[in-house]
Ligand binder design. Sequence first.
Ligand code: 4NP
Length: 157
Amino acid sequence: MARVLFVCLGNICRSPTAHGVFHQRVDASGLAHRIEVDSAGTAAYHIGKAPDQRSVSAAQRRGYDLSPLRARQVEASDFGSFDYILAMDHSNLANLERVCPADYKGHLGLFLDFADCSEVEVPDPYYGGADGFGHVLDLVEAASDGLLGHIRQEIAD
Ligand code: 4NP
């Protein structure tokens, strides 16, 4: 079993998008019994809330359903539960590195390291315009393809 946790700041825009997109790709590949997916935020602002309506709508236009997801905050126990903890931006990653146990054996890094693109961060769309949500989806789709290919190879080894 490979367990993947996507992390952003609020867990209402970027990481739920990654959660929904990657989960759909895992399902479509018939690997739902081998790969578990979750998401969380470094901040506590939005605990228990559904994803931002702008993220839900943008995702829905591409066939992803984010509506059942609810925000939660990253917990210390996540480092014991997840093999991949993937941050959307450098700030999220720095916050995770501060609380990551020294003996964590999994992969803690940036999600876009798995994308074949020149950008390194998924930019925070919360205070921006509608275009930002489509751009988040473009980046998340590219990185999801790369991550799934990487994990497939790992599972096959
Ligand atoms: P996310 O976006 O980290 O992609 O979920 C944000 C959501 C909420 C806030 C900031 C970013 N906020 O400041 O409330």
